[in-house]
Design a protein around this ligand. Structure first.
Ligand code: F6P
Length: 498
């Protein structure tokens, strides 16, 4: 069991006082990596806190576990396999890097063929997948693809037929490529959506709908069995977890929408963050410092949630991407040794887009009873071409909110108008939002999750918690299942008995 006593014993000092006591605070608690500026000076981290976390990291052998991950050892112990997403960007065990490069070459060849009309005319890409097989590519296409007129990409995840119907209304079946993205190639929602797309194509007279399908999967034999021609199956390795898979063939919609060069830039940005994570001392290491702040609030101050706010429309899908990455990875109760962890694990990740969120949920952040570490994300270079006052307002609002959370405002005459202050925030400021910087940013979050996991003794790479609900839904669909009276009644009311 890790010893948290030194961290728990840290003195609790108000943020403004921490600035007053230490002229070097901003320098000590900020750093620049891969075109991204990180500022934790408005969190309660101090030099002593960072030192205490470094000691804990040493005791938990973070350096050894980090090398084990990059070295291709089976750090995903419950599934007895390596963790290979970094190999997708060229950082990892040589055999994994080589295999990933081969898969990328295959993906590139297929994209070249599509661009050369080898599959007939293609204007629309309809990607079906869910969870990690949708959230990552969706984020990439939404963040970076706004100005590209190469292909119309739609990403559909929900089994709710309305999601597909929306796309059917705007896509031409004869000019659509169906991309089925599923690591396992068994996920109910994805397979059902894929079948419905094929039916839509058939009904519209498309002659060989299966000839218009591309599969992105770690189970290529299942894709072939389902009917996809082997030449259009783009595999990736079993060691690439779903929520870590946007770098693999799962990133296909981004690669085709942005072009191959941009996809490579994304991988290179991520690789730059990998090297930073692997080689920097922990007090100068962005993923480690961010994880220390996360852990300080969950373990010492009782924070149950954390809230990233993207002050940039292009990053509006980042909070939901992070929800899966962080909560599916570290939302666990037992450790790698199978024993109860006995302390809080991943906080609930929620968040939104600024400035919209200011007019909706920030009331609670400023005056509510919960302590919520906030993370502001902003980009110096504007994504729009309107009057630059738009972007100026956007950034100034982000910065002012962080300042207000920290400073607060007393009001002895009217408590309803008093702001307690001392509320923590960190800021992540990108110079510009391009493929390279976004790659580095996403890799930063992945490694931050890893550090959190190691310090808590969690295997961040399995997700058994999602299985029970899936099994029960399958039983219900077959008309079976041993359900409680409430659930039985709901099934009956909705007329769903098989
Ligand atoms: O149910 C959770 C999950 O297994 C995620 O971990 C995964 O990203 C998602 O479902 C989709 O899985 P697949 O890519 O195998 O369809």
């Amino acid at each position: 069991m890790a010893d948290w006593s030194a961290i728990e014993a840290l003195p609790q000092v108000r943020l403004e006082q921490l600035f007053a006591d230490d002229a070097g605070r901003l320098d000590r608690l900020s750093l620049d990596v891969a075109g991204i500026h990180f500022d934790w000076s408005k969190t309660h981290l101090t030099a002593d806190a960072v030192a205490a976390f470094e000691a804990l990291a040493k005791a938990q052998d973070l350096a050894g576990k980090r090398e084990a991950m990059f070295g291709g050892q089976h750090v995903n112990v419950t599934e007895d396999r390596p963790v290979e997403h970094t190999a997708e960007r060229g950082e990892g065990a040589p055999e994994s890097v080589k295999r990933a490069a081969g898969y990328h070459a295959r993906m590139r060849t297929l994209i070249d063929a599509i661009e050369a009309d080898a599959l007939g005319p293609v204007r629309h890409i309809l990607h079906v997948g869910i969870g990690g097989s949708a959230l990552g590519p969706h984020l990439l296409v939404d963040a970076l693809g706004r100005e590209s007129d190469r292909y119309d990409v739609a990403i559909v995840s929900n089994v709710d037929g309305m999601a597909l119907e929306d796309v059917f209304e705007r896509f031409d079946p004869a000019a659509t490529l169906l991309v089925v993205a599923s690591k396992t190639f068994t996920t109910t929602e994805t397979m059902m959506n894929a079948e419905s797309v094929l039916a839509w194509m058939t009904e519209d007279g498309v002659e060989d709908p299966y000839g218009r399908v591309i599969a992105l999967t770690a189970s290529p034999e299942k894709a072939v069995e389902w009917g996809v021609d082997e030449t259009r199956v783009l595999p990736f390795g079993e060691g690439v977890g779903g929520r870590y898979s946007l770098w693999s063939s799962i990133g296909f919609p981004a690669a085709i929408k942005l072009g191959w060069d941009q996809f490579e830039e994304l991988l290179e940005g991520a690789a730059e963050m990998d090297r930073h994570f692997r080689l920097s001392a922990l007090h100068e290491n962005a993923p480690a410092m961010a994880a220390f702040a996360d852990l300080y609030y969950t373990q010492v101050r009782g924070a149950e949630t954390r809230a990233p706010f993207a002050y940039d429309e292009r990053l509006r899908l980042l909070p939901s991407y992070l929800q899966q990455l962080e909560m599916e990875s570290n939302g666990k109760s037992v450790g790698v040794d199978g024993r109860p962890i006995g302390r809080p694990t991943a906080p609930i990740t929620w968040g939104g887009v600024g400035t919209d969120a200011q007019h909706a949920v920030f009331q609670l952040l400023h005056q509510g009873t919960h302590l919520i570490p906030v993370e502001f994300l902003a980009v110096i270079e504007a994504g729009d071409t309107l009057d630059e006052e738009h972007h100026r307002q956007l950034l100034l609002n982000a910065f002012a909110q962080g300042a207000a959370l920290m400073k607060g405002k007393a009001n002895p005459d009217n408590p309803a108008r008093a702001y307690p202050g001392d509320r923590p925030s960190s800021t992540i400021l990108l110079e510009q939002l391009d493929a390279r910087t976004l790659g580095a940013l996403i890799a930063f979050y992945e490694h931050r999750v890893f550090v959190n996991g190691v310090l808590l003794g969690i295997n961040s790479f399995d997700q058994f918690g999602v299985e029970l609900g899936k099994e029960m839904a399958k039983e219900a669909a077959k008309g079976g299942g041993d359900f409680d009276p409430s659930t039985t009644d709901l099934i009956k009311r909705a007329g769903l008995e098989a």
